[in-house]
Design a protein around this ligand. Sequence first.
Ligand SMILES: *[C@@H]1O[C@H](CO)[C@@H](O)[C@H](O)[C@H]1NC(C)=O
Ligand SMILES: *[C@@H]1O[C@H](CO)[C@@H](O)[C@H](O)[C@H]1NC(C)=O
Ligand SMILES: *[C@@H]1O[C@H](CO)[C@@H](O)[C@H](O)[C@H]1NC(C)=O
Ligand SMILES: *[C@@H]1O[C@H](CO)[C@@H](O)[C@H](O)[C@H]1NC(C)=O
Length: 565
Amino acid sequence: MALCKLLTLLSIIAMTSAGMVVHESRTSAPAGFVSQGIAPANDMLTLRVALTSNNITGLEEKLMSLSMPGSLEFRQWLSMEEVKSFVQPSSETVSAFSAFASANGLEPTVISPNGDWVSITLPVSQANQLFATQFEVFTHPDMSNTITRTLFVSLPSELVGHVDVIHPTTQFIGPNTRLAPASSISLDRRAVAASCNSSLPSGVVTPTCLQELYGIPTAPATEKTNFLLVTAYEDEFAQTADLSEFLKLLRPDIPSTTTFTLLSADGGVNTQKASDAGTKANLDIQYTTGVATEVPIEFLSVGGDDFGTSLLDTTTFLDGVATPPSVMTTSYADNEADFGSSMAIKICNGYMALGARGISVMFASGDGGVRGGHDSLSVCDDNTFMPVFPGTCPFVTAVGSTQGFGPEKAINFTGGGFSNFFPAPSYQTAAVASFLKTIPSDFAGTFNKSGRAYPDASVQGWNFEIVSGGEVGLVGGTSASSPTFAAIIALINDRLIAAGKPVLGFLNPFIYSTASTAFTDITIGHNSGFVCPASSVAFDAAVGWDALTGFGTPIFSEILAAAMA
Ligand SMILES: *[C@@H]1O[C@H](CO)[C@@H](O)[C@H](O)[C@H]1NC(C)=O
Ligand SMILES: *[C@@H]1O[C@H](CO)[C@@H](O)[C@H](O)[C@H]1NC(C)=O
Ligand SMILES: *[C@@H]1O[C@H](CO)[C@@H](O)[C@H](O)[C@H]1NC(C)=O
Ligand SMILES: *[C@@H]1O[C@H](CO)[C@@H](O)[C@H](O)[C@H]1NC(C)=O
């Protein structure tokens, strides 16, 4: 007994004298989270540890070379094994972590195909000691469960350079990361499959309207392995009965039996019952299936209640899929600051790896304008803008929203701005420099001019007609725009594959260098938010790239021509 205590004491002294290096810290939890005191010492924690990849800068260089028009290896996308050779940790890193684990009686389990994530289970008291931290229990008024987190976490010096993230520690991600539809009005008069201006009632967006507006072909796709993947989190379930109704109503020219393949990660399910209908999941599935005519659609339902873990596990799931989708779209996001930089960077590197395999990764840019995922009256006077992740990751294509048809304008809630974690990638510096010149010198908003600027492109995002739980309704949000843009890119990939060419893969260098004129420039709009008054400080749309709509809305024929060139 005495000996045992002594040993514990000695190991604490050893740890302290070996030196601890602060890895990540925050001054307080984000608004809404309240500490209920220190976490009980004997509670068990399962922590994921990201082991440093052996050559992530090499993978980034490789991705830029693969995706830059004119490069010798343009679009020669990598295999699973080739990506793994960059992402897996070095043998030194694996040894360093193994030595640390066995010295402390931990039994790590490898939990990702590339070997860059391991999981350890240990009591709170041991985690506090090993990582010089103090876990607390937090509540949030919109969450039924409590979460165990800390405001600071350190690494023993022998792990510095070998460990990138310990999760969950300092990451506080809000409970409602689905970008709530900005409108949800039940519709008594069903729109018909007609052009935007003449659909009844006028102004309702349908697949036919989008096809006319952007010149999207109605002819069926021909390639059977060109998958478009829709991700789903937070128990959002897509209903096949609603999809069938939607197609009967708005795409009567394609079989109403057209459906999607269900994929699952972390125990995700997709229950079928009108009361289980998820507005977001239905919107995503209806506007991919309804616009990407006969492109095979996959619906990946990700279980679990921690959004950071779910985003990560989406990337590690795809790392293990031999025939990956060519396009992936996500309508969920949260304030960048909530993730903390180490977790955001690690998730973003996961998208880098997917891009290198030839997957175009799209994210909704956020529904709070310059003020985060969703705006609220309490933030309207806060002129320190809040960027939204994953749209701020330089390896995804962030999609904003427009409304109206003559001409299209940026909608007030379209998320856009500048990252505080990711520096501006070289592919966009010239386009963004032109936008920065349009900002008046007395501009009252505060943002990081050197950060990755987003969105990259935009699509209509208001008054989308959907069927959900058997009801016809209108919804909006950048969550309407991202699946629609994904559908367009999936159709371009169908044409590329049919012509024997590689798919578009990581899109942004192509969009910024050769395809920027394949978009209709949107020059009107102010993204102060859906709730915040239009007088609130925000960005204004401008000629050329802007932080509301990127380069603007797609012109199908021109993107196709640029892609084929
Ligand atoms: C890292 O990857 C780059 C390719 O982008 C390669 O040139 C370099 O040799 C790699 N470095 C190591 C240490 O493997
Ligand atoms: C809708 O009407 C406006 C004029 O009110 C016109 O400029 C625009 O081209 C029309 N759009 C479509 C898709 O027909
Ligand atoms: C601004 O962005 C740069 C580049 O990503 C980063 O190094 C810096 O810390 C950011 N500044 C703030 C105040 O977040
Ligand atoms: C933002 O735009 C939507 C759609 O046009 C509108 O319903 C909403 O009232 C606008 N919000 C504000 C604060 O003006």
